[in-house]
Write a protein that binds this ligand. Structure first.
Ligand code: XMP
Length: 507
């Protein structure tokens, strides 16, 4: 059984970071809404209470019945979590004189406390709070302070309860990892055995149990998430998994055939469907970006559904949904439910049970699992690519000729990034075909042809992004190659917009 730490989410922006840090410590953890503590789960070895945008004394503040958590389970409260435990037990929490934000140094540390082993006076922590604990419940002990914050951290003698006012999960808390490691290792007794290999072992066993002899269908996109999900499922149930890879005609140059070959090489039972004619005819004359997306989304579902129906007796639809998508859908305010970008609506339409074996993994963990499964690096470290493909990179209406032009230009750009060792330094890159023509001169001839924009960005999560500072020499070479080799293009521009206010894709 996989031991786990539960992180109860009171709405802090850094809750996901707590999970990241624990996973980096090889500790499996799950984020749950603050009021969803799993009472009867014997695999839980400890609990962390996150920060919150609220004050504990706010009427609307999120409250948890602390008695729901067995006394034997260690709890670490972080910021609001620490204040909440103190407040609920008779301590006082008040607005700090001024909002405390930023770096602070520990001025007192009781390093005999197991939480603070190897932490010293002078270590830097990160503060971000408007409230402060002004008095602790009787008998509770201050175990760390900063110049401005007396109750920097506390312990409850004889009980397995700790609180820290600062944020150990934030990079700027230099001793943060030590504190989290102390909590999980010394206090919760974690074996710290979470790894890609252990994930594969437990997940394959769990999938066999969940799926029995049922048949499963999965839509492959060529992206890392669906590919890893497929290989994992294949390991669990072999040919009872059928994968469907739909070519909407808007993939990168030669991508359909090369990725299909990779999939077959991995031993997947995969059906490749060339539906490009259907998509081209449905998209003909359509310029509006959202309509393009809708047409492609619906077309994809139709093709997938028709193929899946040819398989007798399918019970499950598998998807490569990953953790960040799920955390958003757990959002405690209850407003955001993010449907899977490419196959939204598919589970409802097909009336199948949903199987999402990667739903608890972060992106880098998905990659680690893929590598552990022996998948080729070109599938694992592939840039993200939008579900609607080149349709959202051809501004204006779409024709097969425009797709050809863009595929050629994009291919030169991407191949160039690989040749120059730049591919892995950018988050994502691609070419965009602009709906303008401009005058040029080639040899003795005047040209009047289309312009292509190149886009390459750095990012960690696609929520924000900056334009990649690619070397001028590289851009010069790629621009030259595109103009010389791609018939129909006589001008290349480089997009230097960041997100926000721009987005990564142009449509
Ligand atoms: P934007 O353009 O919103 O893109 O900054 C953020 C990330 O999402 C990708 N993207 C999509 N992916 N279906 C997808 O699967 C879509 O409709 C879609 N739109 C944008 C984009 O490539 C970038 O990685």
């Amino acid at each position: 059984m996989q031991e786990k730490v539960i992180i109860l989410d009171f709405g802090s922006q850094t809750t996901q970071l707590i999970a990241r840090r624990l996973r980096e410590l090889n500790v499996y953890c799950e984020i749950l809404p603050y009021n969803k503590f799993p009472k009867d789960d014997p695999t839980v070895i400890g609990v962390i209470l996150s920060g919150s945008p609220f004050s504990v004394y706010d009427e609307k503040a999120f409250r948890l019945n602390l008695a729901d958590i067995p006394a034997a389970l260690p709890i670490l409260g972080i910021c609001y979590g620490a204040q909440f435990m103190a407040y609920e037990n008779g301590g006082s929490v008040e607005p700090a004189g001024s909002r405390e934000y930023g770096r602070a140094k520990l001025s007192f540390v009781n390093s005999n406390d197991p939480l603070l082993a190897d932490v010293s006076v002078g270590d830097q922590v990160w503060m971000s709070h408007g409230d402060t604990i002004t008095s602790l419940p009787t008998g509770w002990e201050v175990i760390a302070s900063t110049h401005d914050v007396k109750v920097g951290a506390y312990a409850v003698p004889g009980e397995k309860r700790w609180g820290v006012q600062f944020h150990p999960e934030v990079f700027h808390s230099e001793c943060g990892t030590t504190i989290l490691r102390n909590f999980v290792e010394k206090i919760c007794g974690s074996k710290r055995d979470w790894s890609a290999a252990s994930f594969i072992e437990t997940t394959v066993a769990a999938l066999r149990e969940q799926l029995g002899n049922d048949k499963v269908v999965l839509g492959l996109s060529g992206g890392v998430d669906s590919s890893v999900a497929a290989v994992l499922l294949n390991k669990a149930i072999g040919d009872r998994l059928t994968c469907i890879f739909v070519d909407h005609g808007l993939l990168r140059k030669d991508e359909f055939t090369s990725v299909l070959r990779d999939y077959e090489g991995l031993g997947l039972n995969v059906i490749g469907v060339d539906a490009s004619q259907k998509f081209f005819s449905e998209l003909a004359g359509v310029e509006e970006p959202e309509r393009k997306r809708k047409i492609i989304g619906k077309g994809f579902i139709d093709v997938f559904d028709a193929e899946a129906h040819k398989i007798v007796d399918v019970k499950w639809l598998a998807q490569g949904t990953i953790y960040p998508d799920c955390i958003e859908s757990l959002s405690i305010t209850g407003t955001t439910i993010k449907s899977h970008h490419n196959v939204g609506g598919l589970p409802e339409k097909m009336n199948l049970k949903l199987c999402e074996p990667l739903r608890l993994l972060f992106k880098d963990e998905v990659r680690a699992v893929g590598r552990e499964l022996g998948m080729p690096e070109r599938l694992i470290s592939r840039h993200p690519f939008p579900g609607p493909g080149l349709a959202v990179r051809i501004l204006g209406d779409i024709t097969p000729e425009k797709v050809r032009i863009l595929q050629e230009a994009d291919d030169i750009f991407i191949q160039g990034l690989r040749d120059w060792g730049l591919y892995d330094q950018v988050w994502q890159a691609g070419a965009i075909l602009l709906p303008v023509r401009s005058v040029g001169v080639m040899g003795d001839e005047r040209t009047y042809e289309q312009a292509v924009a190149l886009r390459a960005v750095t990012s960690t999560d696609a929520m924000t992004a900056d334009w990649a500072r690619l070397p001028y020499d590289f851009l010069a070479k790629v621009s030259n190659d595109i103009i010389n080799k791609v018939k129909g293009v006589n001008r290349v521009a480089y997009d230097i917009s960041s997100k926000p206010p721009a987005t990564i894709e142009w449509e």
